[in-house]
Design a protein around this ligand. Sequence first.
Ligand code: GLC
Length: 420
Amino acid sequence: MPGSQGPLGAAGCGGSSGSSGDLILSFGPDDTGTLPKLIDQFNKQSKNVKVKQRTMPSDTGQYFDKIRTQFQAGGGDIDIIIGDVIWPAQFAANGWVTDLSDRFKDTDAFLPGPMQAATYKGKVYAVPWYTDAGLLYYRKDLLEKSGYSNPPETWGELIEMADKVKQDAGIKNGFVYQGKEYEGGVCNGCEYIWTNGGNILDPKDSSKVIIDSPGSVAGMTTWRDTITKGASPQAVLQYVEDESAASFLNGEAVFIRNWPYMFALAGTSEYPKVEPDQLGIAPIPVDKPGDPSYSTLGGWNFLINASSDKQDQAWEFIKWMTAPEQLITNAKLGSKLPVRTDLYDEPAVLNNMPVAKLGKEAIIKNSRPRPVSPYYSDVSLELAAQFNSMLSGDISPEKAVKTLQKNLQQIVNQGEKAAG
Ligand code: GLC
């Protein structure tokens, strides 16, 4: 819930700053309750410093706006920011967060995708905490009943199968996802563009917009087809993670694109209708058989406010939180995928998180960061607007791509000019 208090806030700090010696840590509400538990554990064993959570909005865009306002007003009192993987470049370019390159030595032990997102101009500004990757979940039981032994490999197959299985099973929806005008919609749109061979910014030169390509148009066309060809309901235009998960876990949909966390909700008292063993997980579909699959890299990192006077204490906490033991706790209790590569061979993680086993390939091999740019927040707002307007049928895929080429290049050029 935007602005709601987590258990720690309710217990005493009330969302405002703690006593002078405390480290203030910002993050959205953790529904699983794992972060407050970990903070508690740290506080019990820490002699030098105690940590208090400041609870931020759960919508990543709203959280970003709040943090940016504080930075622009001189830094604010938050010492450690748990931030989205899309933030480090922008925070670093503005000098708002500390360069951690000298402290963060074991970068090789972390997954390459999250590390790429934590790095800006060769320097490391964030320590990955957990990773996310877009996954295709499907109802194994329903596919089998309709005579399919495998999940779809291509988008075309997905649309066809979604429609048939939906009718055979007599359920409302074929394929649901996050189509609203917000960051999650951008994550979905990127996957259609990438799996059709397009891209947004040139990975070698982030000042160059390259979205106007046949691959991007094909990706957008396929995305719109999910609705026009009957696989997806109009309602997806308004869906964020929660609504799409509710439709799927209430047994109303055959397929869903969502993050790994959703696996942990299947069969719980909130969603008793769909059990984990009815679920299959597959990579995000591609354009043609054999094409590489791409899934949007999500996840959250630790960053230190450059104006904090508690740099050493902040580092001590981050080091503790990202040690293997704490990452395993977060995986077991919070269903959050660990960022240390060797934990994917760790039975304690795999046995408790089938999604880590099933999603390993998508997580390690296929995930790709959204455009890494100091102007990402504006780039994203523009992507979200054009994607949603294309998906609703207001503009054509060609028009969306052409408009994005022009408007994104303008955003980047203006940013470069202002930066001198
Ligand atoms: C998840 C991802 C994050 C992404 C967000 C979009 O929280 O971890 O990277 O921006 O979803 O809604």
